[in-house]
Design a protein around this ligand. Structure first.
Ligand code: ATP
Ligand code: MG
Length: 581
């Protein structure tokens, strides 16, 4: 491949686009890789298309190597399939819906579980046919509430989606593990720094699920990592180390104190410290009981749930939702408190909860033998030295307190801190949700039908392009890893003499040696050409300029900035060697 900038469909821009906030958005637009067509909808220009294809090629090679077979299904899908799984409704406003000329409902596929399931059902019927992994690389459509950051979150975007079909759970686990291994190879080859975090599976249903997050401060996903190990997890998935139960013998007796005007934890702590109880109290010594209500989907009844957490922590609502899934959860309103007069706001204690049969779950730190200051279920009263496992026995534990920087890492090594990432891949064990919806069975060796089980696996191909730029750029422009770069080498000819002709000649030789070459043969000032070369971000640059009259050209490395003068007769070999590193 040899591209000449004199006729390449490329315009670079000196200014950032007005709507751009993150580096990848600014740089991909400025360097002429993409152009906005509508909110969250982008055109890929020649250099962009090359990068997109390079990422797709890596994905394709690794998917083929793990046994996947590539197909291409339509993006335009009839409503009935999504009706059968409930997703026509479930997807809400995110689904692009449209009508054909006869008035029939269609949608633009946001992900393709339904059609793949039906496809396999139509073709396969015996256990001998399985396992099978099918995948496609295709445009997906989601009417995102907040399309943002250029192609990072588009409304039309490129996804690799694959689906595994197995006869039993062990098979599914194997398909899942193979995908996981393939994803590791893919993201390694793409040069991305990423973490794998366990995820809660949300609307897809099913059990095991992990996300691949590209580490980037501009990412929308928060995760925690450890200072002392490679532990990384979604905030929802962090499990607090459970302290050992302490002996109950010899602990002081619980005692109710009149604590006027102590409805907040800080006022309570101040009161206790002024009360001369012979020791110091902090927020962490108090037990805060947070009331919510939960409901099993499809039922009408809301049920009260109390969550007890140490007073220096908050209940993290996202962690709570994840822990209670699929049940819905809401905070109590005034009417709920009015209907349950035993709940004395600011003074709710375990006793009233347990006496009134409210389900009561506590943070794992509220272990047997720990003593607490907590509400005495009466205005202006608290109980001190209320011991878990002695004075109250909760219904169980729930790990939903907020996770803080500095908390011990669950693996015992180091402490946790918060970081941000971009979800570039997601692997799910779907189980039988879709097979049940479409009754997909395979005849087993015993002649009996057996329900198959599935996994679904996505990679944001266009998002990966932007994620690479998020991680690999400097103040001058993009710095592509070679595997995805639109070219291996950028040969820049500057000057009024033979320089441009010589640049072309070198470019052709490099092309003959198997490199992908971009030659800047434009009639433009040297400064413009250098600026563009740095902006566009090809890993290796050859400058054919002033030195040519002395038989010298310059070899530059975009990433390290290293420059060396090379005799012109050696430049082809030296460049080939540099590109092979
Ligand atoms: P997000 O949480 O970022 O909205 P998601 O969990 O809804 O993503 P999946 O349904 O898991 O996304 O889709 C598989 C992959 O497709 C994601 O891991 C991500 O890399 C990519 N992807 C999802 N939505 C978009 C989008 N709007 N633009 C670009 N890529 C996307
Ligand atoms: Mg996801």
């Amino acid at each position: 491949m040899l591209l000449r900038m004199s006729n390449l469909f490329l315009r670079t821009l000196r200014e950032d686009p007005a709507d751009a906030e993150v580096p990848s958005h600014k740089l991909l637009v400025r360097a002429g890789y993409v152009r906005r067509a509508a909110p969250g909808v982008y055109s890929w220009l020649p250099l962009g298309k090359l990068v997109l294809e390079n990422v797709s090629r890596v994905v394709r090679e690794e998917m083929n190597a793990m046994g996947g077979q590539e197909v291409l299904l339509p993006a335009l899908l009839p409503r009935e399939y999504y009706e059968a799984t409930g997703r026509w409704e479930e997807y809400g406003d995110t689904l692009f819906r449209l009508k054909d000329r006869k008035g029939a409902d269609y949608l633009l596929g946001p992900t393709h579980e339904e059609l793949f399931t039906l496809l396999v059902k139509g073709e396969y019927s015996s256990y001998k046919d399985f396992p099978v992994v099918l995948y496609q690389i295709q445009e997906k459509f989601r009417d995102e509430a907040r399309p943002r950051a250029g192609v990072l979150r588009g409304r039309e975007f490129h996804m690799k989606d694959s689906y595994s079909f197995d006869i039993d759970d062990e098979g599914l686990q194997e398909s899942y593990d193979k995908h996981r291994a393939a994803y590791i190879r893919i993201f390694d080859r793409l040069g991305l720094e990423y973490v794998i975090v366990s995820a809660t599976s949300g609307a897809m249903g099913g059990s095991a699920s992990e996300e691949f997050l590209a580490v980037a401060p501009t990412g929308e996903d928060t995760f925690v990592r450890s200072t002392g190990s490679d532990y990384a997890a979604n905030v929802e998935a962090v499990r607090v180390p459970v302290p050992e139960a302490l002996p109950l013998d010899g602990l002081p007796e619980a005692k109710v104190h009149h604590t006027p005007g102590t409805a907040t934890i800080q006022t309570l702590v101040d009161f206790l410290n002024d009360a001369g109880l012979g020791r110091d109290f902090s927020e962490a010594d108090t037990l805060k009981n947070v009331l919510v209500k939960t409901r099993v989907p499809g039922t009408k009844e809301w049920e009260l749930l109390a969550v007890g957490v140490p007073g220096d922590r908050e209940v993290d609502f996202k962690r709570l939702e994840a822990a209670l899934e699929p049940a819905e959860v809401e905070i109590l309103d005034e009417a709920d408190f009015a209907a349950n007069p035993f709940l004395v706001k600011g003074y709710i204690g375990p006793k009233a909860l347990i006496d009134n049969k409210v389900r009561y779950l506590v943070d794992p730190r509220v272990a047997t033998g720990t003593a607490w200051v907590t509400g005495a279920d009466k205005a202006d009263h608290h109980v001190v030295d209320l011991v878990a496992g002695r004075d109250f026995i909760p219904d169980g534990t729930i790990d939903v307190a907020d996770v803080r920087d500095g908390d011990p890492s669950p693996d015992g090594k180091g402490t946790l801190y918060t970081a941000r990432g971009i979800e570039i891949g997601h692997i799910f064990q779907l189980g039988r949700k879709y097979a049940d919806a479409f009754q997909v069975d395979a005849l087993g060796p015993d002649g009996k039908p057996k329900r198959i089980t599935m996994g679904s696996y996505g990679i944001g191909v266009s998002r990966a392009v932007a994620s690479i730029v998020e991680q690999s750029h400097d103040d001058k422009g993009i710095v592509w890893p070679r595997e995805v770069a639109p070219a291996d080498v950028h040969v820049v000819g500057t000057g009024k003499g033979d320089e441009v002709a010589e640049a072309l000649r070198i470019g052709q030789e490099l092309e003959a040696r198997g490199l992908r070459v971009l030659v800047d043969d434009r009639k433009a000032a040297p400064g413009v050409k250098f600026t563009d070369a740095e902006l566009v971000g090809i890993p290796t640059t050859v400058i054919v300029g002033r030195g040519l009259k002395d038989g010298v050209v310059e070899l530059r490395d975009r990433k390290s900035g290293e420059r060396s003068d090379v005799p012109v007769e050696e430049i082809v070999d030296r460049t080939v060697a540099a590109c092979a590193e």
